[in-house]
Design a protein around this ligand. Structure first.
Ligand code: FRU
Length: 468
């Protein structure tokens, strides 16, 4: 692990195997827990999928990762995977809700038949004697397909649970019999026995399936985050089926009451190549923190160069706050600044070579068009109208070329480089771009153009001890 040039210093990645969605995000007695979809035996076909687990006191130094499944797909209700789910603080511990996925052997379309989807509850308690300081209890199946509304196909999954006004509420991502994506709303008095309570649908069709619904509440207002599938034909979709974004609820409306959301207000969480299935949680200090999967279901790279034995990573934790006109801002949590080490400054035309591929780059007050070139392979540029992320060396970018976002006023730009991950944040988190890259050289070279002072910090390795 320690000799892998693509291993990250501040992005969570599996030591071996496949990682996808972040799951069960929470903070319990001071300890942050990040569970995630995990197939340790990948690339073996149909490798079992369950939950992996990392934990941290500061969102920067992590432990865990190498210890197999935290939730193994070991019951009949999750034989094809312990799929995504969430954590809800309760009674001094947390409740974990997730989907057990079962694909029956046989000749099925797995949309209308052949797939079972159960919602499962595990109670977890803080326990200093347990791995990561958390002890997971037994599994309880709460809901099966017969419990969902009759208009649903077999695709119902990814519970998001919260408490409001004395009730428990659950959102489930779903595909209906007309191939329309939606979220189901369920209500419960105790978090165990659930009734269907409504739906959240778009005012006009918006994808055939919604994965990973999430609810964000800030300043009394709610947002629905979700991942609509089947979006390829939309003009902004970059030919990609699976998208990830959010819509603000109109002032005064609540998801719990069911809602119609206006798809025209959908904003993408991230404009980079590798971002999907984000999940939010509120930490013990009240911050809303979002972590995304830095990968895609239909990734252009199945693995990575050099026969890597691991695939995908998560984004850095991003603090989410309310912006203007229903927009959400995402900023890397301030804890990451504790990894900042030696500081450099570059003026127009300057260049710098660092010994490690880890840097925090800040252009605090851009004064016109600019360009930042990393390793002669990846350009981040702004021309007054668009912010652009472009691979000039497509092999380094796994044959991906360019992503853009409209931006006619650039007030600040921050770029986090972490070995095989790059995250770009503009205008205090109005725009974000997450992308994987696979640089060839051991050194990181940074070239700048434009009348903007560029501050570069070398970044430490927060994860040197993670996989021991
Ligand atoms: C999203 C997703 C979820 C599902 C999980 C399975 O990436 O497809 O809908 O629960 O991944 O790993």
């Amino acid at each position: 692990m320690s000799h892998d040039p693509f291993r990250m210093g501040f992005h969570l990645m599996p030591p071996v195997g496949w990682l996808n969605d972040p799951n069960g995000l929470c903070q319990l007695d001071g300890i942050y827990h990040v569970f995630h979809q995990y197939s340790p035996e990948w690339p073996t076909p149909n490798a079992p999928r369950g939950w992996g687990h990392f934990w941290s006191h500061d969102l920067v130094h992590w432990q865990g990762g190498s210890r197999g499944f935290a939730i193994a797909p070991d019951t009949a209700d999750e034989a094809s995977g312990a799929y995504s789910g969430c954590a809800v603080p309760f009674g001094g511990g947390v409740r974990l809700y997730y989907t057990g996925n079962v694909k029956e052997p046989g000749d099925f379309d797995y949309v209308h038949a052949g797939r079972r989807s159960a919602q499962i509850l595990i109670e977890a308690k803080a326990d200093p004697a347990s791995l990561g300081g958390i002890a997971l209890g037994e599994k309880n199946v709460l809901l099966r397909n017969a419990d969902y509304p009759a208009f649903c196909t077999c695709h119902v999954r990814d519970p998001k649970v919260w408490r409001e006004n004395g009730s428990w509420w659950m959102l489930l991502g779903a595909r209906d019999l007309d191939d329309r994506g939606l979220a189901l709303v369920l209500r419960s008095g105790d978090g165990c026995t659930w009734d269907n309570a409504g739906t959240v649908r778009p005012t006009s069709p918006f994808g055939y399936m919604w994965e990973c619904p999430d609810r964000i509440e800030l300043e009394g207002r709610e947002w629905l985050s979700f991942c609509p599938q089947g979006m390829r034909d939309l003009p902004w979709a970059n030919d990609v089926d699976d998208q990830s974004g959010y819509v603000p609820l109109p002032e005064g409306e609540r998801l719990a009451a069911g809602a119609e959301v206006d798809a025209r207000t959908f904003r993408r969480w991230d404009y980079g190549f590798d971002f999907y299935a984000p999940q939010s949680f509120v930490d013990e200090s009240g911050r809303t923190i979002l972590i995304g999967w830095m990968g895609m279901p239909e990734a252009d790279f199945a693995g990575a160069p050099n026969d890597m034995t691991w695939c995908h990573c998560l984004t850095v934790p991003r603090e989410v706050t309310a912006g203007k006109d229903g927009a959400l801002l995402q900023r890397p949590v301030h804890e990451l600044e504790s990894l900042r080490d030696k500081r450099h400054e570059l003026a127009d035309g300057g260049s710098l070579t660092l010994g490690e591929h880890r840097a925090d780059v800040l252009l605090a007050h851009p004064e016109g068009p600019l360009e930042l070139l990393l390793d002669d392979a990846l350009v981040i540029s702004w021309d007054g109208a668009e912010l652009v992320l472009r691979f000039t060396d497509e092999a380094v970018g796994c044959e991906r070329a360019e992503r853009t976002a409209a931006c006619n006023d650039l007030r600040n730009l921050r770029v986090l480089v972490d070995n095989s991950a790059v995250e770009v944040f503009a205008n205090d988190g109005e725009l974000a771009f997450a992308t994987r890259w696979f640089p060839r050289s051991d050194n990181l070279r940074i070239d700048t153009k434009g009348q903007s002072l560029c501050i570069i910090w070398e970044m430490g390795d927060g994860m040197a001890g993670t996989y021991e």
